[in-house]
Design a protein around this ligand. Structure first.
Ligand SMILES: NC(=O)c1ccc[n+]([C@@H]2O[C@H](COP(=O)([O-])OP(=O)(O)OC[C@H]3O[C@@H](n4cnc5c(N)ncnc54)[C@H](O)[C@@H]3O)[C@@H](O)[C@H]2O)c1
Length: 356
């Protein structure tokens, strides 16, 4: 198997909040182009379509399998799951094989998605690295900084690419924010979801708030000065189901994150206040508007967002990195930094709120 050598991280395009007439037509991104390609396999340094597999084909892993089976520059080689019925159902749906072990799947693949529960990420990833597989590890990277170090060490030693599944970074809403946000001063992020036992192997901070932590770290681009957090458990026995964190960055920006997994409704919204404008965007519905300060008044404009399936864009980008030996947009640096902040928030909640 050809090994990929990571290259320096790609610059994220940043620019002023252009007025509509200056903004012009948005060129589709590489990722968008790839997700929409026809089935003619592009030639890449790998020399063949990337052979991809999925470990863990539950709620989310089945979609990884579906998308790998549809992408032009990859081949879905097979799946593995400790639940043989889940593996057989997904293999039948996407016309692929069930492998009898992680090791057997790894032998056949260039790249694998790790879509098992978070507390199993490290164990599964380490087995796959030993077979030189490039990995898309679902978010959060793992459950502790010790595990993160083991993942980093093994990926470097085996020269494997690692992308962390911070899916919102591939949401077209994020593509707009990366261009429009300049020196944000205050950010409010709300992420609410109804209760679901899936994901409760960790608290709501590692399960859901991690998305907004990743988004905000990417947009603010400043070290964290301090964080203050509170939270409570409602249905979970030992972990928080509701959390609030106020993050103060060294550049003065403040972010306020509200997250719940015991809500009656689903919300994924972000509001960003900066010198020249206020932006309000909805990651779930991929819509938004901005209020621009002009001659002492505020003018409302709808934001044109070309909708796209974030998971398809994310996996297309990962396969592109594997094909062309690129460093992923969401690499272990961001995955680890987001995890460290999420662990700090969780620990403050455990200490202050005495969740038991
Ligand atoms: N990016 C997102 O928006 C998003 C959304 C949902 C879940 N996730 C992440 O995806 C991961 C999986 O979540 P899910 O909701 O699909 O969970 P799930 O419980 O529906 O699926 C997990 C699957 O992994 C299998 N499994 C468990 N241990 C295994 C092992 N050692 N080897 C092989 N298979 C094993 C289970 O049998 C199950 O089929 C979690 O890390 C979660 O945080 C991310």
């Amino acid at each position: 198997m050809t090994k990929a050598t990571p290259t320096p991280e790609r610059d994220v395009p940043k620019g002023p909040l252009a007025r509509p007439e200056e903004r012009g037509r948005q060129e589709p991104t590489d990722v968008g182009d790839l997700a929409r390609t026809t089935r003619t396999p592009p030639a890449g340094p790998l020399g063949h379509r990337a052979k991809c597999g999925v470990v863990g084909v539950g709620y989310l892993g089945q979609h990884h399998a579906r998308i790998y089976s549809q992408l032009a520059n990859c081949e879905l080689v097979g799946v593995y799951d400790v639940n043989p019925t889940a593996a057989a159902t997904v293999a039948e749906a996407y016309k692929t094989q069930v492998f009898p072990s992680i090791e057997a799947l790894a032998e056949a693949c260039d790249a694998v998605s790790v879509v098992v529960p978070t507390d199993k990420h490290c164990d599964v990833a380490l087995q796959l690295f030993e077979k030189k597989c490039h990995l898309l590890i679902e978010k959060p990277l793992c459950v502790s900084l010790e595990e993160a170090e083991r993942i980093l060490e093994a990926s470097k030693r085996n020269q494997c690419i690692v992308q962390v599944g911070h899916i919102e970074h591939f949401n077209p809403v994020m593509a707009f924010l990366e261009q429009a946000v300049e020196s944000p001063r205050y950010i409010v992020a709300d992420r609410l979801a109804p209760f679901n036992p899936r994901g409760t192997e960790v608290g709501v901070v590692l399960d859901l708030m991690i998305h907004d932590i990743g988004i905000i770290l990417q947009l603010v681009r400043s070290p964290v000065n301090r964080v203050e957090s509170i939270g409570v458990n409602v249905l979970s026995a030992h972990d928080e189901d509701i959390a609030n964190a106020r993050i103060v960055f060294e550049n003065g920006c403040i972010a306020n994150l509200n997250t719940s997994r015991v809500s009656l409704k689903k919300v994924r919204e972000i509001r960003i206040f900066q010198q020249n404008a206020y932006l309000s965007l909805d990651f779930m519905n991929q819509v938004g508007h901005l209020l621009r300060k002009q001659a002492g008044t505020l003018h409302k404009e709808d934001i044109p967002i070309e909708k796209g399936e974030p998971l398809a864009l994310e996996l297309a980008s990962f396969v592109d990195c594997v094909q062309h030996h690129k460093t992923p947009k969401v690499n272990t640096d961001l995955g680890r930094t987001a995890l460290a902040l999420a662990i700090e928030i969780t620990s403050q909640i455990q200490d202050l709120c005495k969740i038991s």
